[in-house]
Design a protein around this ligand. Structure first.
Ligand SMILES: Cc1cc2nc3c(=O)[nH]c(=O)nc-3n(C[C@H](O)[C@H](O)[C@H](O)COP(=O)(O)OP(=O)(O)OC[C@H]3O[C@@H](n4cnc5c(N)ncnc54)[C@H](O)[C@@H]3O)c2cc1C
Length: 420
């Protein structure tokens, strides 16, 4: 890439989890890339920036390894060995044990800030191929048959063969391109915090369906003081969220304990890492959004710029990882054949590859959330019978486990752990 002219093959707008992963995938394959984000790396790594963890599925971990980012986050990754799904106060529950499908964990829980750290380390090592520009806004993207020109807020221009929108759910780039979306809200928000508990979790993740929505307890690595930790994703009715957010720490802890139970001993809410106190609760609006197209002239959408799903199954970023693997492979294959890396054929292949997977997962999370977030007796009976049935039919159970691990379907090379 020429530093003065800022010319590259691919420009990525947005350095969240999706944009950084995409840049590391392209950079690892020697494809010159510019990544642009409005925030500094320090801002994006700060504990108060994002209190979430991500359940990285087995396939997503393989991609992180293939693009050279896994090693820098591996020490902070807690293997998921067992998943328990319970429906409110029903005695029936579903139990997924990793040993039913092999020796590997079902996935790994990693704090988002550690995933960002691992990706930033990798981008630093790829500095000959990937230029990470921040803090700077991409103000305008001019798309033409021969290429794109991105104008930055500091006046610089970047020219490339393809622009990738990884600029999040509001995606200014998607809007500028006039790509319509289908969307609806659930009247729910997620309250996220980290707790310490007396007893170890032994790698068990719990999804407890309650009338207000799912309450997830996700196992984390012990902290530096040896405390056993889990991440909480508490889905709550939107109108009640301000009530829980305004509670003092003692009141919130009490409310949380009532939901959590006492099976891992006494539970306490931890302040977010680095904060002396407070700051222990984060909220995120929940909804579904699907872009009608994932590509336009010289433009591809990835991550939440393309789709937002309910976190009920912990699949939003995993879906984005599959976008990244598919798009990186389409670009790399076109280059190997001497074709245009941002041309119509690449974009058509990407869109075809992703549409079915995204629609299926969005539909599944939508149905699950509607089915489980209510107290309707007939639905409750139906879902309890469903849970019992899946538990009693091993092939069906293994089918669901392999789907959650992201190891089924037409997997791109990076998802198989192979280089581009
Ligand atoms: C409560 C909760 C729990 C979740 N748990 C899981 C889970 O367990 N597993 C899972 O797979 N997924 C999970 N997800 C989903 C996952 O967190 C998201 O998919 C992911 O964080 C979205 O990343 P992104 O990079 O697509 O978007 P963003 O994080 O929104 O990144 C967009 C970036 O673009 C930048 N940007 C925007 N516009 C511009 C511009 N014009 N110029 C420069 N920069 C710009 C922003 O600064 C930002 O850094 C969860 C989501 C929620 C809400």
């Amino acid at each position: 890439m020429s530093a003065a002219a800022l010319t590259c093959e691919i420009v990525i707008i947005g350095g969240g989890l999706a944009g950084m992963t995409m840049a590391a995938a392209l950079g690892s394959a020697g494809i010159s890339t510019v990544l642009v984000d409005r925030d500094t790396a320090e801002t994006r790594l700060a504990p108060a920036f994002d209190g979430r963890t991500t359940a990285l599925a087995f396939g997503a971990r393989r991609l992180m390894q293939a693009i050279g980012a896994w090693d820098a986050m591996a020490a902070e990754a807690q293997p998921i060995l067992d998943i328990r799904v319970a429906d409110d106060n029903s005695p029936l529950f579903l139990h997924y044990d990793h040993s039913e499908v092999g020796d590997d964990p079902l996935g790994w829980i990693v704090e988002n800030r550690h995933i960002r750290w691992g990706l930033l380390q990798r981008l630093g090592a790829l500095s000959g191929t990937v230029t990470h520009l921040c803090p700077v806004m991409a103000n305008h993207v001019e798309r033409a048959p021969a290429g794109v020109t991105v104008t930055l807020s500091d006046g610089r221009e970047i020219t490339a063969r393809l622009a990738i929108a990884a600029d999040g759910r509001a995606s200014p780039l998607r809007q500028q391109a006039g790509i319509a979306t289908d969307r609806w809200g659930y009247g729910q928000q997620a309250i996220v915090c980290t707790v310490a508990h007396e007893d170890p979790h032994n790698g068990v993740a719990i999804e407890h369906f309650m009338p207000s929505g799912p309450f997830a307890i996700l196992p984390m690595t012990d902290d530096a003081e040896g405390r056993h930790r889990s991440s909480i994703v508490w889905t709550e009715k939107e109108r009640l969220v301000p009530y829980y957010m305004q509670m003092d720490s003692a009141g919130f802890e009490l409310a949380l304990r009532r939901k959590f139970g006492d099976f891992w001993g006494r539970v306490s809410v931890l302040p977010s890492a680095g904060a002396a106190s407070g700051n222990e609760r984060f909220t995120y609006p929940l909804g579904l959004m699907l872009a009608r197209h994932y590509a336009g002239e010289r433009l591809a959408l990835i991550g939440e710029a393309a789709h937002v799903v309910h976190p009920i199954a912990g699949q939003g970023f995993n879906l984005s990882v599959r976008d990244i693997a598919a798009l990186a492979e389409a670009i790399s294959d076109a280059r190997a054949l001497g074709q245009d890396a941002g041309g119509a054929e690449v974009l058509a292949r990407y869109e075809r590859w992703r549409r079915f997977d995204v629609a299926t997962l969005a539909g599944t999370t939508d149905v699950l959330n509607r089915l489980f977030s209510n107290t309707e007796p007939v639905l409750k009976l139906a879902r309890d019978l469903g849970l019992a049935a899946v538990g009693k039919v091993p092939p069906l159970k293994r089918f669901f486990m392999r789907h959650a691990m992201g190891t089924v379907g037409e997997l791109p090379r990076l998802m198989r752990g192979e280089p581009l």
